[in-house]
Write a protein that binds this ligand. Structure first.
Ligand SMILES: Nc1nc2c(c(=O)[nH]1)N[C@H]1C(S)=C(S)[C@@H](COP(=O)(O)OP(=O)(O)OC[C@H]3O[C@@H](n4cnc5c(=O)[nH]c(N)nc54)[C@H](O)[C@@H]3O)O[C@H]1N2
Ligand SMILES: Nc1nc2c(c(=O)[nH]1)N[C@H]1C(S)=C(S)[C@@H](COP(=O)(O)OP(=O)(O)OC[C@H]3O[C@@H](n4cnc5c(=O)[nH]c(N)nc54)[C@H](O)[C@@H]3O)O[C@H]1N2
Ligand code: SF4
Ligand SMILES: [Mo]
Length: 695
């Protein structure tokens, strides 16, 4: 019998709403959950590839304990009881010597992290951290320092925009399904799209204006743009007067940064810059400057991102159709929210190992700073960190310099990986706990913000194919064994759902029909009454005194990016539409589409080096050397080379991907320590490699 299960995709961290067809205990079809407005039924290739993934025998099938040196690939398969005993025995010893604060956990953040945060709080450690120092950290902190709220404090109303401005935001390949659908509707409706990237991408193909800037010069371009907009009053004077602080200081700071100056620095002509400024002036307030994501990997992208935030403010696009809209919460619908699973657990008084609550207290300590936690493992300061849980996170691919990381991880007494793959980090761990795939497990409820706020549910569609467990069960079991069961007293997922829903009028049955519950019947529209900023002044702060008191200047004078040393190129990276970071290259189906990554190099540079398209080339940075196929193209800036992220696995159990391509992060030597002290993001793009024909 065919049955529909409404659930939430888990093939990447976007977590789209889906409908899954199940027949005789097998998943036969996955599509978008069209009950969610803007979603429709179409989804991405990665989601479809979840079906063969469930049966993949190249993923961990039961718990495994290391039976040789770390990374040796020697494993002993064990029962769940043995695995739990192993972990709790080690943890008890570690806790006896160093206290519970010597335990840390990192994951991929997001709505389901609430359960892991509760586990950490229950066992008495403050050290929950997520991946964000390699993702949106600079952009997030830039938004906080201007608007007083995080990067996701606004939703972009792309489908109604007149102009969408994307600095390295490759929205059609590094996508979220709903967002890209909104973007394409905007394009169809005639929106202007300005796309800036040293590399031509699919998104450039959708743009009305494509600028190939010199890598690392976005801040200069933004200074030139803002200078011209401010000097010529091409902004919303009424909005700025009412809501923004620091215009005079901004104006003064921008003086030297004319479009002519920016042209010299970026390679984009001043006429083009000026034409763009007049165009956005005509298009506002329906203009969206995307505040950035992954382009924010340079030394100054906190400041570039701050300038994007300031430009949004100048457009007066807050809470405007076609602009930046507050995602409405349950509160807007007169409902309580989900109760946090941490709510009834006593606060942990210990300081954080990454010092985000002391030395770096202007940072958002919800996400923490993983690079500083690595320092703590390495140095034992501010205190020893001896046990590390890595959940749905793969630092040996996601953080730079795996060689240096392994040196540091070797100082741990316990490294636990909870994963669905033999990730590079699982392979280096002491123990692997296989989590059931998202098709095989329930998760805690999540809140959906938007015009119709509500909650949604990920449901188990089929029984686990291997001897795996859902994440919630793993942490509830471990809390119990560590004598903290009273804080996670759940016997079933229903117990957890009931706990989360206790302050609302919603019942578990309400999710059956569509997998989601909306808290209002008609969408909550935009209104000036909703405008509220999280800064001390309640305004958008071009000048932020609180941050200045911490030594973070509001306006940073521009410095040119370092020129690539003679014979070197700046290493750029990104992803493809049918790839999720490092976790798709061994997928039974996606591996066939992805094959190996290549090194994109400009035609003129390739000619100089005697490299032809398809040649094997040697790439190196210090002691790190590797070979890869060259793709010779006109579509990349001559100063840069590019490779897709997430390839080059060193895990032999990933048989389909092993030996294919190179890992970009392995060339980022020393980059664990190279990060932006203002924004907190790792400066991954400040990496240079030399390229030559393979011998
Ligand atoms: N050099 C370089 N570094 C980068 C990037 C880059 O482009 N280049 N990108 C950066 C960005 S933007 C990000 S967000 C990070 C991402 O870094 P990560 O969060 O580490 O990346 P993912 O591949 O999303 O997830 C990591 C792990 O989760 C596992 N996993 C997948 N599904 C499940 C599941 O259902 N349960 C469990 N328990 N595990 C699961 C995967 O097998 C994988 O091992 O990397 C960052 N680092
Ligand atoms: N299919 C797919 N979609 C995803 C993900 C995935 O793994 N797969 N991951 C999700 C995650 S976690 C994230 S963070 C987002 C990332 O989404 P995006 O931020 O759009 O990231 P990418 O496309 O990976 O890389 C950014 C682009 O920056 C360009 N770039 C490099 N240097 C510069 C520069 O100096 N200036 C400018 N303007 N551009 C530059 C690169 O050429 C690249 O095209 O994607 C999300 N969506
Ligand atoms: S973008 Fe694709 S893989 Fe990611 S959650 Fe959505 S449907 Fe799944
Ligand atoms: Mo990310």
């Amino acid at each position: 019998m065919k049955e529909s299960v409404y659930s939430i995709c888990g093939m990447c961290a976007v977590r789209c709403p889906i409908r899954v067809e199940v027949e005789d205990g097998k998943v036969t079809w996955v599509e978008g959950n069209s009950n969610d407005s803007g979603m429709g039924t179409a989804i991405c290739a990665k989601a479809a590839a979840s079906i063969p993934f469930q049966y993949d025998d190249q993923r961990p099938q039961r718990p495994m304990i290391r039976d040789g040196a770390r990374g040796s690939g020697k494993w002993k398969q064990v029962s769940w009881d043995e695995a739990y005993d192993y972990i709790t025995d080690k943890l008890k010893t570690i806790i006896a010597e160093h206290g519970p604060k010597s335990i840390m956990l990192t994951d991929r953040g997001g709505p389901f992290a609430d359960l892991r945060k509760a586990f950490m709080k229950a066992i008495g450690t403050p050290n929950y951290i997520n991946h964000d120092c390699t993702c949106g950290r600079n952009a997030n902190h830039a938004c906080k320092s201007t608007y007083g709220m995080g990067r996701t404090g606004f939703a972009y109303d792309l489908k109604n925009a007149n102009h969408i401005v994307l600095f390295g935001r490759n929205i059609t390949e590094s996508f979220k399904v709903k967002e890209v659908k909104g973007f394409l509707k905007g394009v169809k409706n005639g929106a202007h799209v300005t796309y800036v990237d040293p590399r031509v991408t699919n998104t450039a193909g959708k743009a009305t204006r494509y600028w190939q800037n010199k890598p690392g010069t976005d801040y200069a371009l933004l200074l030139g743009i803002t200078n011209y907009i401010v000097a010529n009053k091409l902004y919303d004077e009424k909005f700025v007067k009412k809501w923004c602080l620091g215009l005079a200081e901004l104006k003064k700071f921008l003086k030297p940064y004319t479009p002519e100056w920016a042209a010299e620095e970026t390679g984009i002509t001043s006429d083009e810059i000026k034409a763009f400024c007049h165009e956005v002036d005509a298009d506002r307030p329906k203009v969206i400057f995307h505040i950035g994501w992954l382009y924010s990997r340079y030394k100054d992208t906190f400041y570039a991102s701050r300038m994007l935030n300031i430009l949004n403010a100048l457009m007066g696009n807050t809470e405007q159709t076609g602009g930046l809209i507050y995602p409405k919460t349950p509160k807007h619908a007169d409902s309580s929210g989900l109760k946090s699973l941490s709510a009834d657990i006593p606060d942990v008084k210990e300081p954080r190992c990454d010092s985000c609550d002391s030395d770096w207290d202007w940072y958002d300590n919800g996400a923490g700073m993983l690079q500083l936690a690595y320092d703590a493992i390495d140095t034992g300061k501010p205190y020893p960190v001896k046990a590390y849980f890595v959940h749905r996170h793969n630092p040996l691919i996601a953080l730079p310099d795996p060689e240096e990381q392994k040196r540091i991880l070797d100082k741990l007494d316990l490294l636990v990986s909870v994963d669905v793959n033999y990730s590079e980090t699982s392979w280096y761990a002491d123990i692997i706990l296989p989590e059931s795939t998202f098709l095989e497990r329930d998760t805690i409820l999540r809140t959906d913000k938007g015009p119709k706020p509500g909650f949604s549910m990920r449901r188990k569609c089929v029984e686990p194919f291997y001897d795996s467990k859902p994440g919630w069960q793993i942490y509830v079991d471990l809390a119990e064994r560590l004598g903290k069961g009273e804080y996670m007293p759940y016997k079933s997922i229903e117990d957890i759902w009931k706990y989360q829903l206790q302050d609302t009028d919603v019942k578990i049955e309400d999710f059956s029909a569509t997998g989601m519950v909306k808290l209002c019947d008609s969408p909550i529209g935009t209104s000036d009454d909703n405008i509220k900023f999280g800064t001390k002044s309640g305004k958008i702060e071009f000048v932020n005194k609180t941050w200045e008191d911490k030594g973070i200047e509001s306006f940073k004078p521009y410095e040119s990016p370092e020129a690539p040393p003679e014979g070197s190129y700046r290493l750029l990276f990104g992803r493809k539409g049918y790839q999720t970071h490092g976790q798709s290259t061994n997928n039974p189906v996606l591996s066939q589409l992805l094959g190996s990554n290549k090194l994109l190099i400009h035609t003129d540079e390739a000619k100089k080096l005697g490299i032809s398209d398809g040649d094997t080339v040697t790439v190196s940075n210090g002691s790190k050397v590797g070979s890869i196929e060259a793709q010779v193209t006109d579509f990349i800036h001559p100063e840069a080379v590019f490779m897709l992220h997430g390839f080059g696995t060193d895990v032999p159990a990933q048989e389909r991907a092993f030996g294919k391509g190179l890992a970009d992060n392995a060339f980022m030597k020393g980059k664990l320590k190279d990060w932006d002290k203002a924004g907190g993001g790792l400066a991954l793009n400040e990496t240079f490699v030399t390229v030559k024909p393979a011998a």
